[in-house]
Design a protein around this ligand. Structure first.
Ligand SMILES: Nc1nc2c(ncn2[C@@H]2O[C@H](COP(=O)(O)OP(=O)(O)OP(=O)(O)O)[C@@H](O)[C@H]2O)c(=O)[nH]1
Ligand SMILES: [Mg+2]
Length: 567
C-alpha cells in the first residue's frame, strides 16, 4: 500500500527538512554550488512558498532589487513620496531591507509569516539580520515595497541577502542603470527570473535624456533575447534630484502601474499564480541538481575509500609476501636460527633420525649456545618491522592518492604529517599481536604434542624450541631466498622441519605451520584494518551515502504528487 499523498505544504516542509539534513561535507567540485542551491531552496520554501500557499490573498510583496548604487532606495523613496529608506553615495548604502506597506497590511508583514529568518524592527535601521518595517499610507493596500541590498554587492552578505529577498518576492522590480544594464551578475538573476517565470518589471534608471530612446531599445532587445519580453520596462531619466527624490514625471508611470496592480484583485492574483507556479516548477530541477551533487559526493567518497582499501590491501599482500618469501629469515633471525640449531641441546633428538643432516647443519653453524627465546625475540622484531614498514607505506600511499582525489585533500588538511605514517599506538599494538601470535604458536605445539607418545621426546628439546621451529617453518615454506641464504636457511629449516616431522608427523607439521601463518595473517589484517579506519572514518563523517540523494529525489516526487492532488 502506498502512503496517501501529502498536503502540498507538508510536502514542501518535508523537502525543506530533507535538504537541511543532506550531507555535503566533501569538497567536491560541485559542493559549493549545491550548498548554495540547497540553502536557496530551503529559504524560498520558508520565505515565500509556505507563506504564499498559506494565504493566497495576502498582499503582494514587491521587491525592488538590482545593481549596486542603481538608485533603488531613491526610487522607493520617490514611489512612496517620503524618505522611508536611506539613499547614499557610499556603496553599498542599503544593508538591511526596508519593507514599506499600508497600515491595513501591517499584520501580513509584522509577524514571521514571510521571511521568518529576519527579525522585524521599526523606527530605524536594525542592522544585519533584520527587516525594517515602515508603515506609510501612501503605499496602496495590497502591495508592499521592499528596498533590497545590491545583488552585485562587494559585500557577500548583501549579495546573499539580495538573492534571498528576490526569491521571496511575488514581483521583482529590477533596477539597473544606463551605465550598468549589461552587467553579468544582474543578468544571471534575470535569467533565473525567466526560468522560474517570476513576475518581473525592469527599471532602467539614470538614463541621460538624450540617449534614452537608444539605450531603452537596446535593453528591450536584450530582454527579448533573454525570453523576458513580457517584463514591463520603465525608463527613468537622469535628472537632478529634489529633496533626494526623482522628478515626479519620471516616477509616475511605475507608481501608477503598481497602484493599478494593487487595486485589481484579479491582476494581483495572476501575479501571485505566475510567480508561485514558477517557483514550484523550479524545485524539481534545483533539488535535482543538489541530488546530483550528493551522488557526486557519494562517488567521491567511494573513490576515497577505494584508494585507502587498495593501499591497505597492498600492505596486506606485502606482509603475506614477506611472510612467505623467506626474507624474514635473513640477518638477525638467520643468525639466531643458526645458533639455535647449532647448540646441540635439542639436536640430540635427531640421533638416529636425521644425523646426516645434523652433520651438515652443525658444520654450518658456530657460536655460543643460545636459548630458543633469542630466536623468538629476533623473529618478533623482524615481524614487527615488516608490519610497520607495510603499514607506513600504506598510509603514505593513501595520503598521496587522496591529495589528488576530489574531496581528499580537505579530509587530511593539516594532518598529512601524522596520517602518512602509522598511528601512534601502532608499534605497541603490533608488538602485542606478534607476542600473542608466538604464544598461540606455542599453544599449538603443546596441543599437538599432548596426546602423542612423542611428547616426552619433544619436551627433551622444549616447547619453546619446537615452537621456534614451527615459526621458522612459517617463514620458510617457500623459496625466495637467494644465493648462500638458500643453502643455509633453507637447509637448516629443512633440518628443523625434519625434526618436527619426526616428533609430530609430516601432516601435523604442515598443518601447524599453515595454521600459524593464517593466525599471523589474521592479526596483521586486524592491525591494518584499524589503520585503514583512520581514513575510512574521515570519509564516513563527510561523505553522504547513496541513500541521501534518493531521499531528496523521493521528497521531490512526493511534492509533485501533492501538487497533482492539490490541482
Ligand atoms: N542625480 C541623480 N542622482 C541619483 C539618482 N538616483 C540615485 N541617485 C544618487 O545615487 C546615489 C545612490 O542612490 P541610492 O538610491 O542609494 O542607490 P541604491 O541602489 O539604493 O544603492 P545601494 O543600496 O548601495 O545598492 C545616491 O547618492 C543618490 O542620491 C538620479 O536619478 N539622479
Ligand atoms: Mg539602497
Amino acid at each position: 500500500m502506498t502512503a496517501p499523498p501529502l498536503r502540498l505544504a507538508d510536502a514542501l516542509a518535508a523537502l525543506r527538512d530533507q535538504l537541511a539534513t543532506t550531507p555535503l561535507g566533501l569538497a567536491t567540485p560541485g559542493r559549493d554550488g549545491a550548498v548554495r542551491a540547497a540553502r536557496a531552496v530551503r529559504d524560498q520554501i520558508d520565505d515565500y512558498l509556505l507563506p504564499r500557499l498559506g494565504d493566497l490573498a495576502a498582499p503582494l510583496l514587491t521587491v525592488v532589487g538590482g545593481s549596486t548604487g542603481a538608485g533603488k532606495s531613491t526610487l522607493v523613496n520617490s514611489l512612496v513620496g517620503a524618505p522611508v529608506t536611506t539613499a547614499g553615495v557610499l556603496r553599498p548604502t542599503t544593508r538591511a531591507p526596508v519593507l514599506v506597506c499600508a497600515r491595513s497590511d501591517v499584520a501580513a508583514f509584522s509577524g514571521d509569516r514571510v521571511l521568518p529568518g529576519l527579525a522585524r524592527v521599526t523606527g530605524g535601521d536594525g542592522g544585519p539580520g533584520t527587516v525594517q518595517l515602515v508603515v506609510r499610507d501612501e503605499v496602496p493596500a495590497g502591495l508592499a515595497l521592499l528596498d533590497a541590498p545590491d545583488v552585485d554587492s562587494v559585500v557577500e552578505t548583501n549579495r546573499e541577502l539580495a538573492g534571498q529577498l528576490l526569491a521571496a518576492a511575488d514581483l521583482w522590480v529590477f533596477v539597473t542603470t544606463a551605465a550598468r544594464y549589461a552587467d553579468a551578475v544582474p543578468w544571471d538573476l534575470l535569467q533565473t527570473a525567466q526560468e522560474r517565470g517570476t513576475a518581473l518589471a525592469v527599471v532602467l534608471d539614470r538614463v541621460p535624456p538624450e540617449a534614452a530612446a537608444e539605450v531603452a531599445a537596446d535593453l528591450h532587445g536584450m530582454l527579448q533575447r533573454a525570453g523576458l519580453a513580457s517584463a514591463r520596462l520603465f525608463v527613468v531619466e537622469e535628472r537632478p534630484l529634489a529633496g533626494g527624490r526623482l522628478p515626479e514625471d519620471q516616477v509616475a508611470p511605475l507608481r501608477t502601474w503598481l497602484h493599478e496592480l494593487a487595486a485589481d484583485q484579479e491582476a494581483r492574483a495572476a501575479v501571485v499564480r505566475q510567480t508561485l507556479t514558477g517557483a514550484l516548477d523550479s524545485l524539481e530541477q534545483r533539488v535535482g541538481g543538489v541530488a546530483d551533487a550528493v551522488d557526486e559526493q557519494a562517488r567521491a567518497g567511494d573513490a576515497l575509500r577505494g584508494a585507502a582499501a587498495a593501499s591497505y590491501t597492498a600492505a596486506y599482500e606485502g606482509i603475506d609476501e614477506g611472510v612467505r618469501s623467506g626474507t624474514m629469515l635473513r640477518g638477525e633471525v638467520l643468525a639466531r636460527w643458526q645458533e639455535f640449531v647449532g647448540t646441540g641441546e635439542w639436536m640430540r633428538a635427531l640421533q638416529g633420525q636425521v644425523s646426516r643432516l645434523r652433520d651438515r647443519v652443525v658444520s654450518a653453524v658456530t657460536g655460543r649456545p643460545t636459548p630458543a627465546q633469542d630466536l623468538q625475540g629476533a623473529l618478533e622484531s623482524s615481524v614487527e618491522h615488516l608490519l610497520r614498514a607495510e603499514a607506513d607505506r600504506a598510509a603514505e600511499r593513501t595520503v598521496t592518492a587522496w591529495r589528488s582525489l576530489p574531496g581528499g585533500a580537505q579530509l587530511i588538511a593539516g594532518e598529512e604529517r601524522a596520517l602518512e605514517q602509522v598511528s601512534p599506538d601502532f608499534p605497541e599494538a603490533a608488538a602485542a599481536q606478534v607476542r600473542d601470535w608466538q604464544g598461540a604458536v606455542l599453544d599449538l605445539v603443546r596441543e599437538q604434542g599432548a596426546d602423542k607418545r612423542s611428547t616426552a621426546r619433544m619436551l627433551s628439546w622444549g616447547i619453546n624450541g619446537a615452537g621456534a621451529v614451527v615459526m621458522v617453518a612459517v617463514f620458510a615454506s617457500t623459496g625466495g631466498l637467494t644465493g648462500g641464504e638458500v643453502a643455509v636457511a633453507g637447509g637448516t629449516t629443512a633440518v628443523g622441519q625434519r625434526v618436527l616431522e619426526a616428533v609430530f608427523g609430516d601432516a601435523a607439521v604442515r598443518s601447524m605451520a599453515s595454521r600459524a601463518r593464517e593466525d599471523l595473517q589474521r592479526r596483521a589484517d586486524a592491525l591494518l584494518r584499524y589503520e585503514q579506519a583512520r581514513f575510512d572514518d574521515r570519509v564516513d563523517d563527510a561523505a553522504p551515502g547513496a541513500e541521501a540523494a534518493d531521499a531528496l529525489r523521493h521528497a521531490v516526487r512526493s511534492l509533485a504528487s501533492a501538487r497533482r492532488t492539490a490541482a
